[in-house]
Design a protein around this ligand. Structure first.
Ligand SMILES: Nc1nc2c(ncn2[C@@H]2O[C@H](COP(=O)(O)OP(=O)(O)OP(=O)(O)O)[C@@H](O)[C@H]2O)c(=O)[nH]1
Ligand SMILES: [Zn+2]
Length: 397
């Protein structure tokens, strides 16, 4: 069960997560202390991440936020914190800023800063982590599911990706060599397949929320083109357009995303297929409710798709339109059981979990009775049918 809490003065409520599967052999224990939500803020170099964090630190939001920044922007009125070097070990010093927030600046992955932050647990109720402009959020997100230490004290609320409206189309079309998402492209070159994937593709494909920033630097027509392109890559993320990262509100946009709790809110009406971006696309597979004994089959199907990049083949049936080489960057899904209960699936790359969710009775849309799995990745193929047929055949329909 996962529920939200409205009173902002309360600590975040315990979110009970049972890991059913994680690659390859991790086991997560349930903990009794409340875990703190974290939002990962990502986006290409100069997209406006630090500007966003500074904006949040100075806005009224009633939360005590711990912010981990790459560096402080020039416009920042926040003093530089001390980062001292003691015997080769970097010691991170946290400083108090406005609104009761605390802040720290780091140069690398942020995991070290998170560990040092957790020593101050109780003094904040939300964490914002800015990744470096070239970082692939797929590398950090699974830390909160896999790492026993951090995973028991922090949970991933969601991934927010900042997009520079002026430069994003160029970055998607012609990534410079150092901008490529290396691991993925090495694979692609080996297989000799597909257009080059840029880091911008990775960051957009992983996002729960996409903030298209620097609206002041483009025309309305250019902005439309950017929105089309971004939603072609990731058609389930919520898109907001901003000037200087000033989001219309903070809650629900950057904080309290509950991106992993409320999959029903996903807009599946845009499901299907898009051909606008040659590299990455989103598809949604919908099937009728499943029985409890089919869940392990769904689990195995996910393992095949996420770990082996193999779509299980129905024994008979045509291979027309069957995706040959694909890789999934992000997957979210909701499984409706015949008994009316619900499970949530989520994955970042090869790490995935299936966990219990509350059933929502207030929805009368027919689509809410179906199981839905949304896949974001490359090489998903021109048609949806092979995915649906594979899943249905594999779980024994
Ligand atoms: N014109 C314009 N400039 C912006 C906007 N948002 C941010 N900037 C400027 O763009 C520059 C980069 O912004 P940052 O917030 O530092 O970007 P970042 O994503 O943190 O950059 P890195 O940490 O280097 O990856 C700064 O000079 C900002 O003032 C915007 O909406 N419009
Ligand atoms: Zn920055």
């Amino acid at each position: 069960m996962a529920s939200t809490i409205d009173d902002e003065d309360m600590p975040p409520e315990l979110v009970d997560v049972t890991i059913m599967s994680a690659a390859p052999d991790s086991v997560k224990e349930e903990e009794s202390t409340p875990r703190v939500p974290i939002t990962i803020v990502t986006g290409y170099l100069g997209a406006g991440k630090t500007t966003l964090l500074n904006y949040i630190l100075t806005e009224k939001h009633g939360k005590k936020i711990a912010v981990i920044m790459n560096e402080f922007g020039d416009s920042s009125d926040i003093e530089k914190p001390l980062t001292v070097n003691e015997g080769g070990q970097e010691v991170t010093e946290w400083m108090e800023v406005g609104n009761g927030c605390i802040c720290c600046s780091v140069k690398d992955t942020g995991v070290m800063a998170l560990e040092s932050l957790m020593e101050r647990k109780g003094t904040f109720d939300y964490i914002l982590l800015e990744t470096t402009g070239l970082a692939d959020p797929g590398n950090i997100a699974p830390v909160f599911w896999m790492d026993d230490g951090l995973g028991s004290s922090i949970y991933l609320d969601g991934i927010v990706t900042l997009v520079d409206a002026k430069n994003i189309l160029r970055l998607l079309d012609e990534p410079a060599p150092e901008e490529k998402a290396d691991a993925h492209n090495e694979e692609a070159h080996e297989h000799g397949s597909g257009p080059i994937l840029s880091m911008a593709h990775m960051q957009i494909s992983h996002a729960d929320v996409i903030i298209v920033n620097k609206a002041d630097l483009v025309t309305p027509e250019q902005m439309d083109a950017v929105r089309d392109r971004v939603s072609a890559i990731n058609s389930v993320a919520k898109i907001h357009v901003t000037d200087h990262s000033r989001t219309p509100q903070i809650e629900g946009v950057v904080l309290d995303l509950h991106a992993y709790d409320h999959l029903d809110d996903l807009d599946f009406s845009k499901k299907g297929h898009s051909h606008i971006d040659p590299a990455i696309s989103t598809i949604a597979v919908t099937i009728p409710p499943v029985s409890a004994d089919q869940i392990p089959r769904v689990d195995s199907w996910l393992q095949s798709v996420l770990w082996e990049s193999t779509l299980p083949q129905p024994r008979s049936g045509s291979r027309d339109g069957h995706p040959v080489q694909f890789e999934i960057h992000r997957l979210k899904g909701i499984l409706r059981l015949q008994d009316g209960s619900c499970k949530i699936i989520q994955a970042v790359r090869d790490v995935f979990e299936i966990r219990d969710s509350e059933a929502r009775k207030d929805d009368d849309k027919p689509s809410q009775d179906q199981c839905k799995i949304v896949l974001i990745g490359r090489g998903l193929g021109p048609v949806l049918d092979p995915w649906k047929q594979s899943l249905e055949a594999f779980i024994g329909r």
